[in-house]
Design a protein around this ligand. Structure first.
Ligand code: PLZ
Length: 423
């Protein structure tokens, strides 16, 4: 087998430079809480492919379901000749997502595509043009979702012009907004929407209940409920982007549930199908069904193999109670991270929920972001056998997203490496 070094040489000659990788090691196999490269080096996985393999890599039920489906048929296109598993995934999503009202779902390939479709549906249903998003938001890399995403480098730089009718308002970011309470932070955002956009022009308010790429920003309690309440009164479609937070990651099926928020539409992807590409928009039947027949779709959306994987993933989450597993991981990890923070003035904050935790790194005694220190700590983890990711508008957040099936031993070893990397 070629070595990682050899493969890297070939990659540089074959793969576009614009596609980056966190580590230069090439994967041979992965499962449970570890990834092994072609040279036999092992990493404890605190990335889960960016919050995707919540059920683990090659989870047994997923493997079995995919194998069975691939032998029956690989693709017919649901828009041409439909099949049961697409319907069954929609039934599951309608039942699992918050809100007791009648729902419908539609399936797509990627998170960005789900977000694009949520905007299409909200605009169509309301007849309004504007979309409101937040500082630090991340919603994807397609043209519309680049416009929805906040950060220029690396996502938007020189890729414009961007889609119009996108308006950005402040996020609740307790560490960096002087600890504004949720209601006050929401009032600030709402006033900006009303004064600069006009509520009656707004189709959708789109928000990640805990921001992912933007830095695992957890809004102050009350922020999401206040926005939800305003959206209802203003006839604005409240869209929760649960692409990173969904499917047990934060200790419940969906992050909105922690504050009892019921979105009108939810965008889903990542953890939905154990690593196979699948995404969805789920929401109120009257919004979803407002769109004319043929108005939504795509060749591969709801591919049968991905649907089989999704059904098996959801079954695995139920069977293993992965929401409880996420809470357990969060408790163990949170304690260790708080101990690290107590002894290291570079850590401004430990935050997150369940198995979606992060530390924000600053110049000691200030709130000045320190992306160089963050990158150095992450690199020390990689060198010592722990796969970590960074994020944040300022690149100064170290985030931890282990698969929810990680063993106690792997979790403990990963946290030991992390503590050592902080030195
Ligand atoms: N919405 C909240 O987290 C994807 C991006 C990785 P796609 N986040 C990982 C990268 O650098 O491209 C994401 C997200 C939220 C939307 C998306 C987009 O999902 O499946 O990557 O299109």
């Amino acid at each position: 087998m070629a070595t990682s070094e050899e493969l890297h040489k070939r990659r540089v000659e074959a793969v576009a430079r614009g596609v980056g990788s966190t580590i230069p090691a090439y994967v041979d196999r992965a499962g449970g809480g570890t990834i092994t490269d072609v040279d036999g080096r092992e990493w404890i996985d605190f990335a889960a492919g960016i919050a995707v393999t919540n059920v683990g890599n090659s989870a047994p039920r997923v493997v079995e379901a995919v194998r069975a489906q691939v032998e029956r048929f690989t693709h017919t296109c649901f828009m041409v000749a439909p099949y049961e598993s697409y319907v069954a995934v929609c039934e599951q999503l309608n039942a699992l997502t918050p809100g007791g009202f009648e729902k419908r779902s539609a399936l797509f390939n990627s998170g960005a595509e789900a977000v694009e479709n949520a905007v299409k549906i909200a605009r169509h249903a309301t007849g309004r043009p504007a979309v409101v998003v937040f500082d630090h938001a991340y919603h994807g890399r397609t043209n519309l979702t680049m416009a929805l995403t906040a950060k220029n480098m690396p996502y938007k730089h020189r890729f414009g012009p961007f889609a119009g009718e996108v308006y950005r308002v402040p996020m609740s970011y307790p560490l960096r907004d002087g600890g504004l309470d949720g209601a006050t932070a929401a009032a600030r955002s709402i006033e900006m929407i009303e004064k600069q956009v006009g509520a009656e022009n707004v189709a959708a308010l789109l928000i990640e209940p805990i921001q992912g790429e933007g830095g695992f920003v957890v809004p102050a309690p009350g922020f999401l409920p206040a926005l939800r309440e305003w959206a209802t009164a203003a006839g604005v479609v409240f869209v929760a982007d649960e692409i990173q937070t969904g499917f047990c990651r934060t200790g419940d099926w969906f992050a909105c549930e922690h504050e009892g928020v019921e979105p009108d539409l939810i965008t889903l992807a990542k953890g939905i199908a154990g690593g196979l590409p699948l995404a969805a928009v789920t929401g109120r039947a009257e919004l979803m069904d407002a769109v004319h027949v043929g108005g939504l779709g795509g060749t591969y959306g709801g591919n049968p193999i991905a649907c089989a994987a999704a059904l098996a993933s959801v079954e695995t989450m139920r069977e293993l109670d992965l929401a409880a597993a996420a809470r357990r991981i969060g408790a163990v990890m949170g304690e260790r991270l708080r101990a690290i923070a107590a002894g290291d003035p570079r850590v401004a904050e430990v935050r997150g929920r369940g198995a979606m935790l992060a530390v924000e790194i600053v110049v000691p005694g200030t709130l000045t972001p320190d992306p160089a220190a963050t990158a150095a700590i992450s690199a020390a983890c990689h060198a010592a056998g722990l796969l970590t990711l960074t994020c944040g508008t300022y690149g100064n957040v170290l985030r931890f997203l282990p698969p929810l099936v990680i063993s106690d031993d792997e979790l403990g070893r990963g946290l030991d490496i992390l503590a050592a990397a902080f030195g």
